[in-house]
Design a binder for this molecule. Sequence first.
Ligand SMILES: NC(=O)c1ccc[n+]([C@@H]2O[C@H](COP(=O)([O-])OP(=O)(O)OC[C@H]3O[C@@H](n4cnc5c(N)ncnc54)[C@H](O)[C@@H]3O)[C@@H](O)[C@H]2O)c1
Length: 392
Amino acid sequence: MTAPLMSLTWTDHLTGRQGFLVVDRLVRGVSSGGLRMRAGCTLEEVTGLARGMTMKEALHYNPEGRYVPLGGAKGGIDCDPRDPGAYGLLVRYLRAMRPYIESMWTTGEDLGLTQDLVDRAAAEAGLVSSVQAVYPLLDDEAAARRRLADAFAVEVDGIGLDELVGGCGVAESALAALDRAGVPYAGTRVAVQGLGTMGGATARFLTRAGLTVVAVADIKGTIADPAGLDVEALLAARDAYGTVDRSALRPEDRELPGEAWLSADAEVLVPAAVSYAIDTSNQERIGARWIVEAANMPILPEAEELLAARGVTVLPDVVVNSGTNAWWWWTLFGDIGADAEAAFAHTRSSMRALVEQMLARAETDGTTPRAAAHALVADRLPVIAERFGWYR
Ligand SMILES: NC(=O)c1ccc[n+]([C@@H]2O[C@H](COP(=O)([O-])OP(=O)(O)OC[C@H]3O[C@@H](n4cnc5c(N)ncnc54)[C@H](O)[C@@H]3O)[C@@H](O)[C@H]2O)c1
C-alpha cells in the first residue's frame, strides 16, 4: 500500500493534546474527509480512515455526473468530545489546519462532532467554510453554496437532512442485501451500536422499511426489547452526543450491558459507533447473518476472517457509509437540489447499484464483499487519474 501524500501531527500548545491530518490522495488538487474527536484517537486510525475516504470517493465515480470524485483525507483530535475544553481545542486545531482547509482539505462532522459545531469553530478559526477548498472547482460558486446551505436547512420529522442521508444509505445497503438473499423485511430484526447521526438515521430508515429494531447501544449501555423498540421515541430522547435519556424508556424496554447488542437475537447488526468494536473474542457472540458497517473500521480484520468462515456477510464501511460524503458533493455540484425526497431517491439508487455491483463481484471472484469493493476501487482509480491527472 502506498504511503499517504501528507501526514501530520499537531500538538496543542495549551493542553499538550494531539490532533492529526492525513491527506491520502488529491484529485484536481482537493481531498475530502471528516473530522473526528475521541479520546485515544491515533495517527494510525486517521491514516486508515483517510485511505477509506479515497475509496469512497472513487466508488461514487459516475462519468455522467456533475460531481466528480475528490481525493481522500481525514482529521482526528485525541480528546473526549464532552470535555469542557473540547471546543477551544477544536478551534485551535482548525486554526492550525487553516492553510490545508483553505487549499486542499474539505471536511465536515464525524464521530464526536456535529456539523453545527464544526461550522461554528471553523468560523471562529477564520475560515470561510469547512469545504472552501472545493469552491474553485464549482461552475457557479454562489448558487452551489446557496444550494448546500438550503439543503442543510431541510429537516425531516425533527432530524436534519444532513444527519439522515448517511443512514439512508446504510439502510438501503442492508435492504439490497436482504433482497438479493430473498429475505422479507417484515420479521427481520436489527441491533445497532450507536444512536448518533449514523445509527439513529439507520434505525429510522430500517424501521420505516418494515424491519424491527430489537436493540440499540449507546455509550451508557444497551437498550433492548425483543418485540421491537420505539425508535422514534429513542431518537427524540437523545442529547447532542447521541446518548438516550433513560427516563424516556418504556416499562418493557430492558437496560443491558454495553456489549449486549452484539449477541441480540437479530439477523442484521449495524455497528454505528466506534472503530474496532468487534474483535476476535467478542465475534463469537454474534449470531446475525449480516453485519452492515455504518461506522468506520468497526471490525478487526482477524475477526472478519472468523466471521466470513462461519458464513456471516460483512457489508464494508467503504461502501455502506459513503452516502453522507457523496450527498454533500451531489448537492454542491448540482446533481440534486435542496430537497429531501430527491436526496433520498438519489442516495437509494446510488447505494443500491453500488451494493449490487459489489455483491455480484464478490460472487464472481469468490471473495468477501470488502475484497470486491477494493477490486472495484482498483479498477476505478486509474480511470479517474487518467481523466484528471496524478496529484501525488
Ligand atoms: N456522521 C457522518 O456523517 C459519518 C459518515 C460516515 C461514517 N461515519 C462513522 O460512523 C460512526 C459514528 O459516527 P456518528 O457521526 O454517527 O457519531 P455520533 O457522535 O453522532 O454518535 C456516536 C454514537 O455512538 C455511541 N457510542 C460512542 N461510544 C460508544 C461505545 N463505546 N459503545 C457504544 N456506543 C458508543 C454514542 O453514545 C452515540 O450514540 C463513526 O465511526 C464515524 O466515523 C459517520
